[in-house]
Design a protein around this ligand. Structure first.
Ligand code: NAD
Length: 345
C-alpha cells in the first residue's frame, strides 16, 4: 500500500488496489453510523463491494443522479433529508464514493450537517484521485457559477483504489490527465518530464504507472495545500487554467468536461506568462503533452473568448476592482501569482 507522506496534512492518503478491503475502518470511523453518498453510475459498479466491508457499522446510502448539473442545492437537500430521516447523529461519518462531483457535494454536506460531521473521501475517477480528493475544497455550483457555495473541510482519510479506473470512460479518463499535467507544469519539472516519457503507459492505464502518478500528484498538491490551506496566496497557483476553464464549462452548459476546460484554459492563460517572459518553447511543450493526452487546446468552434467575460465577472476570485490573482509561469515547475485587472473582460 502506498502512503502519501504528506507530513503536515493530519489525514492519511492511502493508495492500493482493493483498498477498502484492506483497511481497518475502525481507525478512520469514530462512531457507529456511516452514510455513503454516491451516484447512480458508481453505485452500480462499486457500492456493494464497499458496503460489504462496512458490515460492522450502521450504514445507509444516498444515490444521486450522475452529472455536473446535479452539483447543486437540490442534491445537497436530498442528502440532508436522507441523514435526518435515517437518524444520523453528530458522530456519523459521511463517505463520498465517486468522482469530483460527488466528493465536492458530499464533503460540503459533511461540513454543514449538524455543524460538521466526519468525512472520508473515496475517489473513483482519475480527476478525483489526482486532484479533487486532496486539499479540502468542497462546494456546489449556484446559478450556473462554479463552486460558488462551499467550505474548506478536510477529510479523515482519502482512500484511493487505482484499479477502479479501468471502468472509467475514455473521455473522463483523459479529462483527469489535464490536472496531472497542470500539477507538473506549475510545480514539479521532473514530474512533467516523467509525464512526457510515460504518457503512453498512462493512456493504456498501466496500473503501476498510474499508482506512481497518483501518488506524485497527491504529494504535489498536498505540499501546496499544507502551506496555504485557505488559498490566501500560494494555493492559487493550482488555479492555473481554471479561471478561463470554469467560464468554458459554464458557457458550454457543462458539455465540456472539467479537465478538458482546464486544458483549454491553460492554453488561453499562457500568453499572459509569455508576455512576462515565458519561453515560447515551454508553451509548446505544454500544448504537445496535452495533445498527446488527447485533450483539446483551443475553444470549440462556435465559442468565442468574448462570450466568457460574463462568467469571469462572476468568478469568485474576481475582486470589486475586477482584479484577479492569475497564476503565471516563469518556467516549467515555477509558477507565481500576478494581480491582473480586467483580465479578458
Ligand atoms: N475539490 C477540489 O479540489 C476539486 C478539484 C478539481 C475538480 N473538482 C471538481 O470535480 C468535478 C469533476 O470531477 P470528475 O472529472 O471526477 O467528474 P465526475 O464526478 O462527474 O465523474 C466523471 C464521470 O465518471 C463517472 N465515474 C466516476 N468514477 C467512475 C469509475 N470508476 N468507473 C466508471 N465511471 C466512473 C461519474 O459517474 C461521472 O459520470 C468538477 O465539479 C470540479 O469542479 C474539485
Amino acid at each position: 500500500m502506498a502512503i502519501v507522506n504528506a507530513s503536515n496534512l493530519n489525514y492519511p492518503i492511502l493508495i492500493a488496489e482493493t483498498i477498502y478491503q484492506q483497511i481497518d475502518w475502525a481507525l478512520h470511523i469514530a462512531g457507529q453510523q456511516v452514510c455513503i453518498v454516491t451516484n447512480e453510475k458508481v453505485a452500480n459498479l462499486y457500492l456493494n463491494d464497499l458496503k460489504k466491508t462496512l458490515n460492522k457499522f450502521q450504514c445507509s446510502e444516498i444515490i444521486l443522479p450522475d452529472g455536473e448539473q446535479y452539483k447543486n442545492f437540490d442534491s445537497l437537500q436530498k442528502i440532508f433529508q436522507h441523514l435526518i430521516e435515517n437518524y444520523h447523529q453528530r458522530s456519523t461519518t459521511i463517505i463520498g464514493l465517486g468522482g469530483g462531483v460527488i466528493l465536492d457535494i458530499a464533503g460540503f454536506a459533511a461540513a454543514c450537517y449538524q455543524r460538521g460531521v466526519n468525512f472520508i473521501s473515496v475517489p473513483t475517477s482519475l480527476l478525483a484521485q489526482v486532484d479533487a480528493s486532496v486539499g479540502g475544497k468542497t462546494a456546489i455550483n449556484f446559478q450556473q457559477t462554479k463552486n460558488m457555495i462551499g467550505a474548506f473541510y478536510q477529510p479523515q482519510a482519502v482512500l484511493i483504489d487505482p484499479s477502479v479506473l479501468q471502468t472509467l470512460a475514455e473521455r473522463e479518463f483523459r479529462s483527469g490527465i489535464a490536472e496531472m499535467i497542470k500539477h507538473g507544469f506549475i510545480a514539479d519539472k521532473d514530474y512533467f518530464i516523467w509525464l512526457e516519457k510515460n504518457i503512453d503507459k498512462i493512456l493504456q492505464r498501466d496500473l503501476p504507472t498510474l499508482k506512481q502518478a497518483i501518488a506524485t500528484n497527491c504529494l504535489i498538491k498536498s505540499k501546496i495545500v499544507q502551506q496555504d490551506e485557505k488559498e490566501k496566496n500560494l494555493r492559487a497557483i493550482l488555479n492555473f487554467g481554471h479561471t478561463i476553464g470554469h467560464a468554458i464549462e459554464a458557457e458550454s452548459h457543462y458539455e465540456i468536461l472539467h479537465g478538458e476546460a482546464v486544458a483549454i484554459g491553460m492554453m488561453l492563460e499562457l500568453p499572459l506568462s509569455m508576455q512576462h517572459g515565458l519561453a515560447a518553447e515551454t508553451a509548446a511543450r505544454l500544448k504537445n503533452l496535452l495533445e498527446q493526452a488527447g485533450l483539446p487546446t483551443a475553444l470549440p468552434v462556435g465559442m468565442e473568448v468574448t462570450q466568457l467575460a460574463k462568467w469571469l465577472r462572476h468568478d469568485k476570485k474576481t475582486d470589486k476592482n475586477q482584479s484577479i490573482k492569475m497564476p503565471l509561469l516563469k518556467a516549467i515547475g515555477k509558477a507565481y501569482l500576478l494581480n491582473c485587472t480586467n483580465f479578458y473582460l
